[in-house]
Ligand binder design. Structure first.
Ligand SMILES: Nc1ncnc2c1ncn2[C@@H]1O[C@H](COP(=O)(O)OP(=O)(O)OP(=O)(O)O)[C@@H](O)[C@H]1O
Ligand SMILES: [Mg+2]
Length: 447
């Protein structure tokens, strides 16, 4: 496919000739001024390069450049300038134009400039993508913190790294269970093998069973082909069974057998399949309680928790907060192109005083929004989401300082207000699970 280019010039003959010339190698669009160019951009998302004259009625080249970069378009702009506007063209390069060409246009030079611009753009986005991938990997395996529980977790991971022990990770929503599972896998004997994750609460019983164990051709209506399940796909690696507390009874039995004998049959099949998979499971539910209520098999429970990792809620390791804040502050300033150096003392005080019912995920969301909202290079109280500053206003107004419970309750009720009662939306905004929200509402006696 040819790359697309938008030619903007108020002189019809100029833009038509350029379009004709460039249409050999490019898909060429034309516009008579900046305003028209913006319209064309809206309708044609394939445009990669804008070649624009400087002086035009309605909207000139500089304003077009500014509009395009303000909208964060990933488009390169090349300006065409007469002698009278060379100075402003140079200035435009400082504002993000890729290059400028002087009139009369040297067609050879034009072609080279466009080619370079497209190459440059490609490199830039590859570079960004590579950086992003490296970051994701680092992010997925960095457990920030120096508190005792964190040290104990890392120590435990280290100790089981040379074994294939089945590990159960327990902890409230957003505490870092999946993160611990990642670290377990990447520090294990099977770190080169596949790492497969299944969320046991996301699928209906029948679908989940065939998702996990696969199915034979014709196992049920619609099973036109044999399909391998996640257990087979994870062969030689790790399978993370997330939200294991929601595993239906029928599947609990099959999982138990797998843990005892490393074998199973696909749905609708009789052939026994053997695989070598390390099982890690995670839950924010109290499995022991579920066992008592006979919602979870005790024999399976004991099989799963050969090694147990308890990830404590953030409020029980507040000493980690400064490090976690620093880590995510740096990350989000990079992502959002901000130069944030730190947070003010008052902000740290508020962050430490809050209960963080959504744990690290909630804290992380809060830091991200503060980074985005912040005007200066230090995050001040004004950039914080309202639920954090509410307690402070109460104090200023002479009310008794709210305790954590009240602050949390108010945050949740406010979020519900904001979402007009939509619980899923409120939970998302707070960075907590829907179930946590229900549990909290129960605690407050609110329906
Ligand atoms: N100690 C930590 N340091 C830095 N980031 C962390 C830490 N713990 C968790 N995070 C980040 O917080 C987010 C939530 O973590 P994770 O998804 O592992 O939580 P979870 O316990 O699985 O939550 P849920 O029960 O809601 O699934 C992730 O983006 C993770 O990278
Ligand atoms: Mg999780």
């Amino acid at each position: 496919m040819k790359p697309s280019i938008l030619i903007v010039d108020d002189e019809k003959s100029v833009r038509d000739n350029l379009a004709k010339y460039l249409s050999v190698d490019y898909t060429a669009y034309t516009a008579a001024n900046g305003r028209e160019a913006l319209e064309k951009l809206k309708d044609n998302s394939d445009i990669e390069v804008i070649l624009s004259d400087m002086k035009m009625p309605e909207m000139d080249g500089i304003e077009l450049l500014e509009r395009v970069s303000a909208d964060n378009h990933d488009i390169v702009v090349i300006l065409i300038t007469g002698f009278s506007t060379i100075e402003s063209a140079v200035d435009a390069m400082r504002r993000g134009a890729y290059d400028y060409l002087t009139k009369p246009i040297d067609l050879n030079k034009l072609e080279i400039t466009i080619k370079n611009a497209i190459e440059n753009k490609k490199l830039r986005s590859e570079n960004i993508m590579l950086k992003q991938r490296i970051r994701e990997k680092i992010d997925a395996t960095t457990l920030v913190g120096e508190s005792r529980p964190i040290k104990e977790i890392l120590d435990l991971v280290e100790r089981v790294s040379s074994t294939k022990a089945t590990v159960l990770i327990q902890g409230e929503s957003g505490t870092g269970k999946e993160l611990v599972a990642n670290i377990l896998h990447y520090n294990s004997l099977v770190s080169d093998g596949p790492f497969i994750k299944v969320n046991c609460s996301a699928l209906a019983e029948g679908v989940l069973e065939s998702e996990l164990f696969g199915h034979e051709k014709g196992a049920f209506t619609g099973a036109l082909f044999m399909k391998k399940g996640r257990f087979e796909l994870a062969n030689g690696g790790t399978l993370l069974l997330d939200e294991i507390g929601d595993l239906p009874h029928s599947i609990q039995i099959k999982l138990l057998r797998f843990l005892q004998e490393s074998e199973f049959e696909r749905v609708g099949g009789t052939r026994t399949i053997k695989v070598d998979v390390r099982i890690v499971s995670a839950t924010n539910k109290d499995l022991e309680q579920l066992v008592k209520e006979e919602k979870f098999r005790d024999d399976l429970f004991y099989r799963l928790k050969v090694v147990t990792v308890e990830v404590p809620p953030l409020r029980e390791r507040t000493e980690d907060i400064p490090l976690i804040v620093e880590y995510h502050l740096k990350k989000f300033s990079e992502i959002h192109n901000k130069r944030i150096k730190g947070i003010s003392r008052d902000v740290m005080k508020l962050i430490k005083a809050y209960g963080w019912p959504g744990n690290i995920r909630e804290l992380m969301n809060c830091i991200e929004s503060a980074v985005v909202m912040s005007r200066g290079d230090i995050i001040e109280v004004e950039s914080l989401p309202p639920f954090l500053t509410m307690g402070q206003k109460d104090q200023a107004a002479g009310k008794s300082p709210s305790n954590l419970f009240d602050i949390e309750k108010k945050a949740i009720l406010d979020a519900l207000n904001k979402s007009r009662g939509n619980k899923a939306e409120a939970a998302r905004g707070l960075g907590i699970g829907l179930r946590t929200l229900y549990r909290k509402l129960n605690q407050y006696g609110v329906n």
